[in-house]
Design a protein around this ligand. Sequence first.
Ligand code: WQD
Length: 316
Amino acid sequence: LLQSNYKVVVLDNLVNSSESSIRRVEEISGRRIEFFKGDIRDYNFLDGVFSSQKFDAVLHFAGLKAVGEAINEPIKYYENNVLGSIQLFKVMQKYNTKSIIFSSSATVYGNSNNSPLKEDMPTGIPTNPYGRSKLVIENILADLYVSDPQWCITSLRYFNPVGAHKSGLIGEDPRGLPNNLLPFISQTAVGIHEKMFVFGNDYDTPDGTGIRDYIHVMDLASGHIRALEKYISKGGVHTINLGTGIGHSVLEVIHAFETVSAKTIPYDIIDRRPGDVGVCYADPSKANLELDWVANRGLIEMCKDTWRWQSQKLLL
Ligand code: WQD
């Protein structure tokens, strides 16, 4: 956004991030960021920010996103993701800021749809409270538009975001034990973990392990710019997949990372993880056509950029 000359204001409660990463974004872009530390569940905090200046649009990324944690702590997920979003939408309405890009997820398709997944497929029953919270928020936004067509709503359904900025200065930095595959692999590669675990090799896939549509976070970022430029002044509700349309198995990702890092990634194959689906990848044609956008970074580049970030992170 900064490199596209937008003025950017960041709100974050830093529950799973750090203010230093914002400073590094300023270093990369050579632009300033106004940062407010606070929680979207806190209406008064949001009101204070929105009364300070007029916003053209909101990109709403604020959400908890660990599938396993969501299964163990559903109230925490519904309170943070759903109630937090409701507070945000109330304040946006009050200050007449009605353009929003919402960070949704492929998990809203549930496991009753077969890949490649298309936006006009009926959303399934998400297999966990994280996915269900994302689907509830999509529906709240759709209802908001019906009540007031001045809203411009874009829900971007992320597949599996991975990778890091080329500079190696910013990347995925989950607090505690990672839930997702790539950070676990990269932490194993630098020796933080002795080995990793592959959750099941009895899926109906070529090597038996789960297949996902991994998308480089920089492709994801450019998809947001395209969506903002395309829809910010238009009304309506737009739902768009952000994926590559290419699926890779867990073992393919491990082997790609070993190639890139020249490290051996020790792993044990254990039982399936509750809530997982076997195969999930996008049909990205709507984004390709409507946003004139293609995710063009491949698995090797995703692993290279992750490895550079993980290796340099130890020095930051
Ligand atoms: C990927 C594959 C696992 C860890 C979730 C959310 C989704 C999105 C990304 C936010 C699966 C396997 C994983 C490990 C493993 N969230 N795996 N060992 O579950 O596809 O998607 O994160 O953007 O909305 O639902 O991602 O990285 O956890 O798993 O074998 O230690 O790797 O079984 O096949 P997932 P993931």
